[in-house]
Ligand binder design. Structure first.
Ligand code: ATP
Ligand code: MG
Ligand code: FE
Length: 336
């Protein structure tokens, strides 16, 4: 089964051809980062307009690189939520038009199901059940993948997503957008024990996260230094922030792993490309004799190959969407 997958939920216009859910025949990503950098974050209206400009070209490239044509495609998969409504609509309208014109099945995919499914691409042995920590720009979820397409959310963030915290801290220390990779880079030169930032505890919810307190602590620390006329070391701040964030992620994930008696653990989403997070999780999993999975960086941040992987298992499960498929900006995981 060959799936043409389309992703346009945020600031990447992406298309991919994926064979049987795990073999990526092409993966084209047109990023708008340089455009949004000027504003320090994604501007929704600009994102939608750019998607419209790019989407046909990106799809053509994906088909060409896969050395295939629409006639050889078995189904069209597309992200229909969550995300920016105007951005999502571009992909959804495009997918519907192609599916209608070529008389192919249409499969709407949840963006986070895509992030999780990115793990299938490079790990032929990975099958449910497993636990997955989703850490992206807008989500921080601990998810039990019970079967293909069946998810139970064990916990999530009460406020900011981790990626969001990375981006905000980066902006405060003047590193620019997107902040994640930049914080990771300067953190390597800093001392993770230089500053002790607080770890959030949420009474009665062992698998929930909170990152707004950590973010505020970093801002307060910087403000404090400025008021006292003290110099501060951005590398130490980055390293200490990153340590606090990763400690929280590892601690709660491993608590869930122990509680639910899982022997496979995966991470997904943009922040999953972070080397320090991978290393910390790798060590924690090794201690428990657990298998640890993570996608290559290119499959961690937004891409369409992950949507193709998810769409394949939805296809097998019989999921088909009608011409009334719409963008759902706040789509919940597990909803159809
Ligand atoms: P969502 O998937 O929740 O809708 P999104 O699609 O905007 O949000 P992703 O593309 O999955 O998010 O990931 C982008 C996020 O990942 C940004 O917040 C970015 O700072 C973060 N990120 C990317 N690389 C790294 C890294 N190396 N270290 C930490 N964070 C990173
Ligand atoms: Mg993005
Ligand atoms: Fe994403």
């Amino acid at each position: 089964i060959n799936i043409l997958a389309i992703e346009s939920s945020c600031d990447e216009t992406a298309a991919a051809v994926v064979h049987n859910g795990r073999e990526v025949r092409s993966n084209i990503i047109s990023s708008q980062i340089d455009l949004h950098k000027l504003y320090g974050g994604v501007v929704p209206e600009i994102a939608s307009r750019k998607h419209i400009e790019k989407i046909n070209q990106v799809i053509e490239e994906a088909l060409k690189e896969a050395d295939t044509t629409l006639d050889e495609i078995d189904a069209i998969g597309v992200t229909y939520g969550p995300g920016l409504v105007g951005a999502l609509l571009v992909g959804v309208a495009e997918a519907k038009a192609i599916a209608f014109a070529k008389n192919k099945p249409l499969i709407g995919v949840h963006h986070i199901e895509g992030h999780i499914s990115a793990n299938y691409i490079e790990h032929p042995d990975l099958e449910p059940p497993f636990l997955c920590l989703v850490v992206s720009g807008g989500h921080t979820h601990l998810v039990c993948v019970k079967e293909y397409g069946k998810y139970e959310i064990l916990g999530g963030t009460r406020d900011d997503a981790v990626g969001e915290a990375y981006d905000k801290v980066a902006r405060t220390i003047g590193l620019g957008y997107p902040g994640g990779p930049k914080i990771e880079r300067i953190a390597r030169e800093g001392d993770p024990d230089a500053i002790v930032f607080p770890k959030a505890r949420i009474e009665g919810s062992p698998y929930d996260f909170s990152f707004s307190g950590l973010k505020s602590a970093v801002l307060n620390y910087i403000n404090g230094c400025q008021m006292k006329g003290q110099e501060y070391n951005p590398a130490d701040i980055a390293a200490s922030f990153q340590k606090a964030a990763i400690d929280a992620l590892v601690e709660k994930s491993m608590k869930a792993v122990d509680e639910f008696d899982m022997y496979k653990f995966a991470i997904a989403g943009g922040v999953a490309s972070n080397g320090a997070l991978r290393q910390a999780m790798e060590e924690a999993c090794a201690k428990r004799d657990m298998k640890f999975y993570y996608p290559s960086p290119i499959f961690c941040t937004d891409n369409a190959a992950m949507i193709g992987a998810a769409a394949y298992y939805e296809y097998l499960a019989g999921t088909r969407h009608g011409w009334d498929l719409n963008a759902v900006p706040n789509l919940k995981l597990g909803e159809r």
